[in-house]
Design a protein around this ligand. Sequence first.
Ligand code: UDP
Length: 320
Amino acid sequence: MKLLVTGGAGYVGSVCAAHLIDAGHDVVVLDDLSTGHRDAVPDGAHFVEGDIADIAGDVLAEGFDGVLHFAAKSLVGESVQKPELYWNGNVVKTLRLLDAMVARGIPRLVFSSTAATYGEPEQVPIREDAPTQPTNPYGASKLAIDNAIGSYARAHGLAAVSLRYFNVAGAHGRIGERHVVETHLIPLVLQVAAGQRPQAQIFGDDWPTPDGTCIRDYIHIDDLAVAHLLALTYAQPGEHAIYNLGSGTGFSVREVVEACRTVTGHPIPVEIGPRRAGDPAVLVASSAAATDALGWRAEKTDLNTIVGDAWSFMRLREPV
Ligand code: UDP
């Protein structure tokens, strides 16, 4: 298929683009490089630099079989401080993209959604029919887009799938997580082992969990990418499917730190800090719907494998 990958210079988009190319698809990456990296765009992709709101229509005029839409703002804290970046950057720009897709008759869409659309869960593991009550503008902006996609799919015959990611981690060879402002647990803890920060911070050890630290569902980036390829294949015209993607197992912050110590051989000192605002105690996905509909199952579920791949990527870039 000929596919447009928006945000294909970012972490998830670039790894998915690499998987698409390996599977024989013809890939065009559109990215404004506001947070992505030109050198993350995989070999074999044609790269177009620009803003989706301005040029998606022109790019799509070439004719495409589908769009995988990753380009987005994705920092929870920033979304609270500057919500306009999220409503304009995520919602308004995506509406321009959807309009361009309809105008050009592009039949398929896979959208990068998030567990943050659910907010504080009433039940764990979280299924797709759980209430959606996002606790920050980032999650609210992604939920608004999911809703828009549903109505565009029904009205215009688009075959659409939203994939709601839990905690994406790990790396795909030379492509991995490289944020200018790093907020995610695994890269931050590994930065201690790499000598880039003196200690790791644990945001609260008084949560109602067995070891007192928050529990999250870490999904390997390669497993996540595979789900996108399956979603492209199984998307049905006029329907908008939503699937949660996680490995189905929760690991506590302390367990993640321990895995980082095992993988790196570094003692990784930790400091217990206050709870971070807006953090739910436990977030674990039920991915049963993705398994039933797409035949997808997370394969790289071992925490040491996930952390080990993130560590190999970090050392490739900055040998320790
Ligand atoms: N966390 C932590 N210290 C850090 C960064 C994160 O204790 O320096 C915790 C955070 O409170 C959450 C978990 O690690 O419980 C995962 O956080 P991350 O930001 O990686 O992902 P999120 O779950 O917020 O999407």
